[in-house]
Design a protein around this ligand. Structure first.
Ligand code: FES
Length: 103
């Protein structure tokens, strides 16, 4: 199972073995990472926003136009921000590191 590391606002890290097929948002919620995910993955909020480590952003498929539009509403947006409900867990994600946005 791929390992994903979540970094909270204090810098504390939590590495989790994630199940393929889930979204990164679902893995975060199941493991008490402090995101809201208010729309439960239907791309209608921006509260599953997290920041990917440099390098990982380029490795993943680029965000859809709809995701880009929602991301514009996210707080603490960065160049490597993504909505984690739009990222599917697969073996290719082994070693992924995502951080909660600063605000
Ligand atoms: S959970 Fe609402 S956009 Fe991801």
């Amino acid at each position: 199972m791929p390992k994903i590391t979540f970094v909270d606002r204090s810098g504390a890290e939590k590495t989790i073995e994630a199940k393929n097929g889930l979204s990164v948002m679902e893995v975060a919620i199941d493991n008490d990472v402090d995101i809201e995910a208010a729309c439960e993955g239907s791309l209608a909020c921006a509260t599953c926003h997290m920041v990917l480590d440099a390098g990982w952003y380029e490795k993943l498929d680029p965000p859809s136009e709809d995701e880009e539009d929602m991301l514009d509403l996210a707080f603490g947006l960065t160049k490597t921000s993504r909505l984690t409900c739009q990222i599917r867990v697969s073996d290719d994600l082994d070693g992924l590191r995502v951080s909660l946005p600063k605000e």
